[in-house]
Design a protein around this ligand. Structure first.
Ligand code: SF4
Length: 526
């Protein structure tokens, strides 16, 4: 990852001093968005500006040590009248925590001081300035601390050059306050129930759907401004938007596209009929090493993952039917068992098709009589209202899974079940299978049975049935409600939204690709 002569960033050494796995994740591009990180970034906005320097206090000072092989930036360097310097690091700290310098912070300051000394400057002291509590805590630059800092540099270099991340810590209190817990998933990596909820600032992640024909979203003073023809404009703070899905002939400004990508979120475009037509992803997505490995997965591992995916899909279809007391659930469970033993893609697809025939015929028993007209799954163009609603719900689901796949750096095209032929997002299609029944189908069934979708929301153009604009809006609302609702994760035990579960599953697939797991385990509803 780093060349032998490349300097290691001091911030990465500090991450390593906290936890070696965190240093590896950071170097491999994983981003985090906890509230504390956001506070830290906001606070650094002041000190990251060199033009705010004075003769007695320099801001944002770049430093380098050839001897140690590190590079970094000091938030603040204070210069006394005799020219002796003190390095000061600005940190946001949780309000309840005592303002004391942590071990990683002391290592960071020791390395900054070592750099300045190597450049010929006298440095006598160091301190941490806690921006939230406005307290200054001195750090003594002892010979032992400087020696430990040099050892941390060597250890960091060894860890970040590894092909795979070091194992997650086990039952360690550091994980509870770690900024990277939402991407590291320490308990999930041990495949056991989690002691904690996943700590992300907005677990559901707000997705902005531009669904009104002719609407346009643009950036205006930190807000996403959405203008809809013949309606009042609405605005949402940019920080609350975790992705954008554009439907039909809605539009997004170039500035908003750029800012969304800079923040690490993808944008997905869907046709009015519900096909995903494309997406834009950040250029600096994480885990670049995973993408070639994804395409080189050995055949037996591919087939094993494909078997699990289809088996889970069928079991989740059976779970939906069970909630509505349909008899067909027993035959679906039998097909799922057989799929779990299948030896080829053709066999797996054959069993998936047989299960689909049973499941979609049984959906008539789940739907209220007026809607119970579905004979089979028809795809596009839809020949009845239920298939039309399912098509749109599946495109919303595909857009969500695509966002999750891209967020953890995987290639949407490198799947194990679907073929990437005709440039399909094969992995996203694979990973959405386990979510079809519990998320998309459930949202459609709910919307149809509870009157959110009505007959007037559909129109027939020749042989094809389409959703009207109000119908699409109603279906998106039903889907969003389901995507942000929480369920008890069958394997890890915590409450999690369906949308967050998609990202967890994409990360479990990432772990499978990187060899951290011997199998991919889809979600199976009990
Ligand atoms: S969550 Fe725990 S194991 Fe993972 S990077 Fe943070 S401290 Fe390390």
């Amino acid at each position: 990852m780093t060349g032998a002569s490349d300097p290691v960033p001091i911030s990465v050494v500090a991450h390593h001093a906290f936890c070696p796995r965190r240093a590896w994740l950071e170097v491999h591009g994983e981003r985090t968005d906890t509230g504390q990180m956001a506070q830290g970034v906001a606070d650094h906005g002041v000190v990251d500006e060199p033009s705010s320097s004075r003769a007695t206090r320099l801001r944002a000072v770049e430093v380098l040590s050839q001897k140690l092989g590190v590079v970094g930036r000091c938030d603040s360097v204070e210069i006394a009248a005799d020219g002796v310097m003190t390095v000061v690091e600005h940190k946001a700290s949780p309000l309840r925590r005592l303002p004391e310098a942590t071990y990683p912070q002391r290592i960071q300051l020791a390395l900054q001081a070592a750099c300045l000394r190597e450049q010929g400057h006298p440095v006598s002291g160091a301190a941490v300035w806690f921006t939230t509590t406005r307290k200054r805590v001195p750090v003594e630059l002892t010979a032992q601390l400087l020696a430990e800092a040099a050892q941390q540099v060597e250890a960091t270099r060894e860890v970040v050059d590894r092909d795979a991340a070091p194992p997650a810590l086990e039952d360690d209190s550091r994980c509870a306050r770690c900024s990277h817990v939402s991407v590291c998933l320490p308990d999930e990596h041990r495949l056991r129930p989690s002691a904690r909820r996943i700590a992300v600032s907005d677990p559901a992640g707000r997705v902005l759907h531009l669904s009104s024909p002719g609407s346009r979203a643009s950036l205006s003073r930190g807000q996403v401004l959405v203008k809809v023809p013949d309606a009042d404009a609405v605005s949402v703070p940019l920080g609350q938007v975790a992705g954008i899905v554009v439907h039909g002939n809605a539009d997004v400004s170039a500035a908003l596209i750029r800012e969304t990508l800079l923040r690490g979120y993808p944008i997905v475009w869907c046709s009015w009929a519900g096909t995903v037509v494309g997406w834009a992803a950040p250029a600096d997505g994480p885990n670049g090493d995973a993408r070639p490995r994804q395409h080189q997965l050995p055949g037996p591992r591919r087939i094993a993952a494909a078997r699990s995916i289809v088996s889970a899909k069928i079991l989740n279809q059976a779970a939906l039917l069970r909630r509505h007391n349909c008899d067909e659930r027993a035959s679906l469970r039998e097909l799922a068992r057989t799929a779990g033993r299948a030896r080829s893609s053709a066999e797996i697809f054959g069993l998936e098709g047989r299960a689909a025939a049973v499941y979609f015929a049984a959906l008539n028993q789940v739907l209220k009589p007026g809607w119970a007209t579905i004979e089979r799954r028809t795809g596009r163009p839809a020949t009845d209202s239920v298939n039309c609603a399912l098509n749109v719900a599946y495109s919303l689901l595909l857009a969500d899974v695509l966002r999750s796949v891209v967020a953890c750096g995987l290639d949407p095209s490198g799947g194990v079940l679907h073929s990437p032929g005709r440039n399909k997002p094969a992995l996203a299609l694979d990973l959405m299978e386990e979510f079809r029944a519990p998320l998309a189908d459930s949202a459609v069934v709910w919307a149809l049975n509870n009157g959110e979708l009505r007959g007037s929301h559909f129109r027939r153009d020749l042989d094809a049935v389409r959703l009207t604009a109000p119908g699409r809006k109603a279906l998106i609302a039903a889907y969003e409600r389901r995507a942000t609702s929480e369920f008890s994760h069958p394997e890890f035990g915590y409450q999690v939204s369906w949308r967050r579960a998609m990202e967890v599953q994409a990360r479990m697939f990432l772990g499978f690709v990187m060899g951290e797991f011997d199998a991919y385990r889809p979600i199976v509803q009990r």
